[in-house]
Design a protein around this ligand. Structure first.
Ligand code: UT7
Length: 328
């Protein structure tokens, strides 16, 4: 069975920075509150007229460049997003055209903030089954378009971005690459983190717009508790399943939602913070792009080296959560 090797990474965030001080002027909050409750100092916001596929294309080009792969070589594009440019076609189709990846089939995966690990799971199956040799996997979300900038409970948390990897079939590299991705869903918790309107249940009307129902609604403390529990349990399970303990982990790359969540999970897993990758202070929660952006930064800064064992974990709306082990 071929091994699924991550041969390149890339990421892209918009240039425009919104700091906590900027937010103080928009809602009743403070830099001190945001920083102590979340660890976030600033986030990036995409300019008007641009969309998810623009960020995805920029991240994808960097990943292809670092892997030495051209768009024409790609067999498949899997794009994790819940903020596509439009309802349809899928943002992955727009991305395929932008890149000129004419041979690649392309589709979106929607698992909100867990999306990248869901997309990685899908792509890994294609590689292991031998039906694709080179796959572009992207996580990209433009949260600034679905965040209510009048709601201090949510607008302080999120940012825009994209992260990408190239996943390739490796024939003679046993032990390297994606060891496993474990996925979980609990739809009974759908209501604690959702955008109520805009779909087939509640299409856009003047009333839904006036009631601000096209924006993220979140039960923050409920989400926090499930996040800590699900990240910890899924990480413990995948380690045990493959005969590892947290001592074997060289780098933990969790979903970047809140520094307090990251720290709590690291403590439960007995992982020192030196082994934890956190970029939440710079970008906030960038949803499906948070894990691949952090991964790309870890690779480019030399924190993740050949032979290292990386543990990747994410959670998000659905609720969905996932953990993955990758031998770099
Ligand atoms: O990808 C998944 C996405 N979602 C998440 O990861 C969210 C997970 N949850 C969290 O990160 C945290 O629950 C929050 C950061 C959202 C909130 O932190 P918390 O420590 O759970 O605060 P809280 O919700 O219990 O609120 C404490 C107080 C409340 O005031 P009262 O009711 O005690 O008077 C809030 O109204 O803080 C107030 N508050 C704020 N104050 C200043 C809530 N947001 C703000 C704000 N600035 N931005």
């Amino acid at each position: 069975m071929p091994t699924a090797i991550i041969s390149g990474t890339g990421s892209c965030v918009p240039e425009k920075v919104i700091s906590n001080l900027d937010l103080e002027k928009m809602v009743n909050t403070s830099d001190e509150w945001i920083n102590t409750r979340t660890g976030i100092r600033e986030r990036r916001v995409l300019e008007e007229g641009k969309a998810t596929s623009d960020l995805a294309a920029a991240a994808a080009k960097k990943a292809m460049e670092s892997a030495g792969v051209s768009a024409a070589d790609l067999d498949l594009i899997v794009l994790a997003t819940f903020t596509p440019d439009m309802f349809f076609p899928a943002a992955a189709c727009l991305l395929q055209h932008r890149l000129g990846a004419s041979k690649a089939a392309a589709f979106d995966v929607n698992a909100a903030c867990s999306g990248f690990l869901y997309a990685l799971s899908v792509a890994t199956q294609y590689i292991k089954a031998g039906t694709a040799g080179k796959i572009l996997v992207v996580g990209a979300d433009v949260m600034s378009r679905v965040v209510d900038w009048q709601d201090r409970n949510t607008c302080i948390l999120f940012g825009d971005g994209a992260g990408a990897i190239i996943l390739e079939a490796g024939e003679d590299e046993p032990g390297r690459g994606v060891i496993d991705v474990q996925l979980y869903t609990d739809g009974s918790l759908a209501k604690i983190l959702q955008i109520p309107a805009g779909g087939s249940k509640m299409p856009a009307t003047v009333a839904t717009v006036n009631d601000r129902l096209h924006y993220i609604k979140m039960n923050g403390s409920g989400t926090f508790k499930v996040a800590v529990r699900s990240l910890t349990e899924s990480a413990r399970y995948i380690l045990r399943l493959h005969g590892y303990t947290s001592k074997d982990v060289d780098l933990f790359i969790p979903h970047q939602a809140n520094q307090r969540i990251i720290k709590a999970v690291a403590e439960y897993l007995s992982l020192p913070m030196e082994k934890v990758c956190s970029v939440v202070d710079k970008y906030g929660n960038t949803s499906a792009s948070s894990v691949p952006i952090a991964l790309d930064e870890a690779v480019r800064t030399g924190r993740l080296k050949s032979g290292n064992l990386a543990l990747l974990s994410a959670f998000g709306s659905g609720l969905t959560w996932a953990s993955s082990l990758v031998r770099w």
